[in-house]
Design a protein around this ligand. Structure first.
Ligand SMILES: *Cc1c(COP(=O)(O)O)cnc(C)c1O
Length: 319
């Protein structure tokens, strides 16, 4: 048995999107609600942290250290879980201290996380310093990599795939936002282990498709090893579309705004500006361009991110 903290509200629901399906005039759409995992406004990192933080605790960790963008959902969920478990949390965030804390960063602070600022160039050194400082102070640090995309994080999503398969919804495609690749790696592994016939398409939020495919394949294969399965995933078996990166990570453009508005106005469903808004925008564009065949069923795997909607950087531009 792989150690696991049971904290997420599972199974997350699967719901049809009938109005959006009609308006887009393409495949029948469904959504898997991992925005409703229950920890501090939800998201995909909750599932990963169930395994990653269980391992941290097995090592006697007292302080969780991790890293991300100012509006990192991963950092927010890590800070919340640390609070819930009575651990300390030290975050290294890219950028500089905002004048008015908002969105995920406001929540990080509310959960009592200690924040150090870095850049995408210097963060590894800053993480190392943060780790050594905590160690020297006797706070037993444990370092969680970017996005908790480790083999254990991927294992969480192999189990998530199994959960979805048991919900009995037939789908030809799963579409999701992919960034540090652990979520897609787990889904791909879970699908392979259960012999699923559908296809899984990652819409890359930031990295070139080649990088994401390599990373998904590597993490899925390592996760399989850890589960004692002989399965290997090769990069060419992984499907990633990197046509929707636009102006780059975290830059919300007109496509994301349109996707967020469509989901909100026709389904009463919230997407986020960084990940699910971009992945949904890609899915919508693919529907309009006839990528999916008539009669296919598409499941949009909602990975969360809702607090970023309320960040000063995005909120004024949503309407
Ligand atoms: C982290 C995150 C993702 C990407 O998951 P990876 O495992 O890093 O690819 C997608 N959506 C949201 C909302 C996230 O916070």
């Amino acid at each position: 048995m792989i150690p696991r903290i049971r904290i997420a509200h599972l199974p997350t629901p699967v719901e049809p999107l009938p109005r959006l399906s009609t308006i887009l005039g393409g495949p029948r759409l469904w959504v898997k609600r991992d925005d409703q995992t229950g920890l501090a406004l939800g998201g995909n990192k909750t599932r990963k942290l169930e395994f990653v933080v269980a391992e941290a605790q097995a090592h006697g960790a007292q302080t969780l250290i991790t890293v991300g963008a100012v509006q990192s959902n991963h950092c927010r969920q890590t800070a919340a879980l640390a609070a819930r478990l009575g651990l300390e949390c030290a975050l290294v965030l890219f950028g500089e201290s905002p004048k008015n804390p908002s969105g995920n960063y406001l929540l990080d602070r509310l959960f009592g996380a200690e924040v150090t600022w870095a850049t995408r160039e210097t963060y590894e050194a800053v993480l190392q310093e943060t780790f050594e400082k905590a160690w020297a102070e006797g706070r037993r640090p444990y370092l969680i990599p970017l996005g908790a995309s480790t083999p254990l994080g991927a294992i969480a999503y192999a189990y998530a795939f199994k959960e979805f398969a048991e919900q009995g919804i037939e789908a030809d495609w799963i579409v999701l936002a992919s960034s540090s690749a652990g979520t897609q790696a787990g889904l791909v592994l879970g699908a392979r282990l259960s012999g699923w016939r559908g296809r899984i398409l990652g819409i890359s939020v930031d990295h070139p498709a080649g990088w994401v495919k390599e990373r998904v394949a590597e993490l899925a294969s390592q996760a399989a090893d850890r589960l004692g399965e002989s399965v290997r995933i090769a990069p060419h078996e992984v499907e990633v579309n990197d046509s929707y990166i636009g102006a780059g990570y975290g830059v919300m453009g007109h496509r994301e705004v349109e996707a967020i508005q469509l989901f909100a106005r026709h389904e009463g469903l919230l997407l986020d500006p960084v990940y699910t808004g971009r992945a949904a925008a890609g899915m919508i564009d693919l529907i309009r361009s006839g990528f999916f065949k008539p009669g296919e069923r598409v499941l949009f795997w909602h990975t969360g991110g809702i607090p970023a909607l309320f960040a000063d950087r995005y909120a004024p531009n949503l309407l």
